[in-house]
Design a protein around this ligand. Sequence first.
Ligand SMILES: Cc1ncc(COP(=O)(O)O)c(C=O)c1O
Length: 413
Amino acid sequence: MDLFEKLLQNRGPLGKHSKMAHGYLTFPKLEGEIGPYMEFKGKKILNWSLNNYLGLANHPEVRKVDADASAKFGLGYPMGARMMSGNSDYHEQLEAELSEFVGKEATYLLNFGYQGIMSAIDCLLDRHDVVVYDAESHACILDGLRMHIGKRFVFAHNDIAGLEKQLQRANKIVEETGGSIMVITEGVFGMSGNQGKLKEIVELKDRYSFRLLVDDAHGFGTMGKTGAGTGEAQGCQDGIDIYFSTFAKSMASIGAFISSDEQVIDYLRYNMRSQIFAKSLPMPLVIGALKRLELLRTKPELKDRLWEICTKLQSSLREKGFNIGTTSSPVTPVILKCDENQVAKLAIDLRENYRLFCSPVCYPVIPKGLIILRLIPTALHTESDIEITVKALEEIYVKLRNNEYISSEYAVL
Ligand SMILES: Cc1ncc(COP(=O)(O)O)c(C=O)c1O
């Protein structure tokens, strides 16, 4: 069969809805200044869908530094990959400051979190090694594992007994191959808001020999006393052997980093294909990240405010009887029973009549019969935004129970 014909016959679980959803439920355009109030299709909406946790995207100091660095260096500088011709003092300064902030010896900057962690997994492991990973790991971890040609074992989400069983299996294999074991989990899981059980995993090191890689995309800047992440929050940062985060969430930018022992980072510098064979981070992103990191360190009030809003939002939802699962982070999933044929109308009602914008998550990302309205609080939201939102969700809930959203027109989202 012709390749293009085949693609048209099966457009994929999300792609099959593209005609109905494109431009509205998928690929929507949010306009105006980034913040809790933006414009969607020409109308003001209250926005709970951006990972701008600390409100840095539009912070005046950040905007100024971004603009000044762009004016001075442009987006081209430095040209080439870090190893060849794309290094600078600023890149190294940012790495040194990140190392200090997350309490690791050394750091390597990555162009994007997604391809960065994939490439790190690929680089760190060979065919003799075994990976043991949490079942709810982010797509970038799963894609990294697709490149791993040795064994991999999955444990049920946050199931420490399950992890232990898999470690025993992994142990038997590495005894034969002479390889090593790496455990991979997340600091904060982006869909449920659950924290990975990092402390308990680290404690397993007393009995099993493995190294721990933690993707702390949602925890960096939001968790822990200083914002150094979920390891800090759980008092086990030292037990994380390889710490990864992106600049795409609390730093409100692009880029990522990986931190570990100096020798491990040196190994990555000289072996990591996504960095050796790709252009380094442009200077405005590096200088912009230095500024953001400075604000993270010097303005703890941003994180404190995020948590005030987060605690208020989550307690208000719980008081009204909403199921927000077991989140212990700012990620706030409102979990509703909702058939597939109700999802689209509900989401449209939310946007058109309540002027609320959040990301509806449904099958195939989560099981059939459920919908998650994922709310991401930020330091810029207010108590009044929370009141408006909880009231709207209560009304939506009643309509859902009265089957007002059943629609054949939008059979599925
Ligand atoms: C847990 C997690 N890891 C990695 C990434 C990818 O990071 P980036 O956006 O920098 O590619 C994301 C999403 O941004 C994420 O949520």
